[in-house]
Design a protein around this ligand. Structure first.
Ligand SMILES: [Zn+2]
Length: 156
């Protein structure tokens, strides 16, 4: 299978998901050692889950399939350039390579917020639309110290 073959499957996931009312026009496939280990389509509206982007769904499915929270040797194919959330999830999953077709600017033209969020995250904290205020509770730092000292933690 070529990169284009895997991408065609990702796009088909998006087509089928959109047409069956699962969510927006996005699909993704994750491949490791030539095998598809996870697929997904956007399911935001059908699950009432704003995090159910195609890449997130595919990452969850792949991680369950390989029983690991890392997909170190996997490649992700997504019908559209990942939004910042999905890109972050790929970093957390240690996916080091991805392919995409349409991009954030194409998505903006059909009213998706990818580019808006990319613009927001580079702004200083106080200049963003989503307001952030820090609260200092000693228990929060104690939680970190307990984690740092833990002998039983599973690091990720
Ligand atoms: Zn996303």
């Amino acid at each position: 299978m070529t990169h284009e073959d895997y991408m065609a499957i990702a796009v088909r996931e998006g087509v089928e998901g959109m047409r069956s009312g699962k969510g927006g026009p996005f699909g993704a496939v994750i491949v490791a050692s030539g095998e598809i280990i996870g697929k997904g389509c956007n399911m935001v509206t059908s699950l009432n889950d704003p995090t159910a982007h195609a890449e997130m769904v595919a990452i969850r499915n792949a991680c369950q399939a390989v029983k690991s929270f890392h997909l170190t040797d996997a490649v992700l194919y997504t019908s559209c350039e990942p939004c910042p959330m999905c890109l972050s999830a790929m970093y957390w999953a240690k996916i080091k390579e991805f392919f995409y077709c349409t991009d954030r600017f194409d998505a903006a033209r059909i009213d998706f917020a990818d580019q808006f969020i990319y613009d927001e995250i580079v702004l200083p904290l106080n200049d963003r639309t989503s307001k952030a205020r820090q609260i200092h509770l000693p228990a929060a730092m104690a939680l970190f110290e307990e984690w740092a000292a833990s002998q039983t933690k599973i690091s990720y």
